[in-house]
Design a protein. Sequence first.
Length: 265
Amino acid sequence: MKKTFSEEDLIKNLSLYYLNRHLKKKPIEKYHRTIDESQLHDREKYRKKSEILLLNSFMHHFPEVKFEDFTCESPDFIAKLNDKKIGIELTEVINHLEMKKVESTLNKIFRQAEILLEQEDTTKYRGVYFLEFHTNVRFDNLEHQEENIISIYKSIKKNKAVGCVKSLRKSFHRRNVFITHEYSMNLFDELCSEKILELIEKKNEKFPYYDTSVDECWLVIVSDMNSIASRYTFIQDKEHLNEVKSPFHKIFHLENLCGNITSIK
């Protein structure tokens, strides 16, 4: 049977590994096979697979939803629910905009260190490594990137912190070498409700261009808790979300770590 994820998928994005632990396997495998068999470009296939994974928690809340079209664009997916044709538009809310660029740079650095370790001995170093860095480290400094890659490589090789690495821990993985930032949450890490409302307003402007053949169109706003740029602890001024006005029939906010869902409309 075709794998849910290709090795290339797993290499490209560690979040696929995280999400793989909690999947409703049968529908996800089916949906990924359907995407693989489509005429989409490989880059689009990967994007659609990632989006479906973010919706895995959504499927736990709506197990009766059956996705039918994965190749559409506006909205992102077409599904069936109680004999209704539902368009589902998926969007991610970024809580830490300044961290988005840092995270992108970090992922590139991690991948270079992974390659060094895999070239040396994949069997010896396979696993998931969670790294914490010293606060003064600047990952956007190109002059120090090679130095940071070597520090990460040496830390994992020696199993102790070296250079820019403050601490590390390892979790089991049977096939590959994965490196990621240590998961940590600030107890007062708030997601401003205004960011959600601004996102809804932007999507409202695009609503007239969505597929008009659907019976309803839902907006699903996701906080990708596996991303340091998207994490949050609580939504500030949550009551403001009750004031939202939108042509979308339903609006949800979803976090993909514990699967908590908030009905906004």
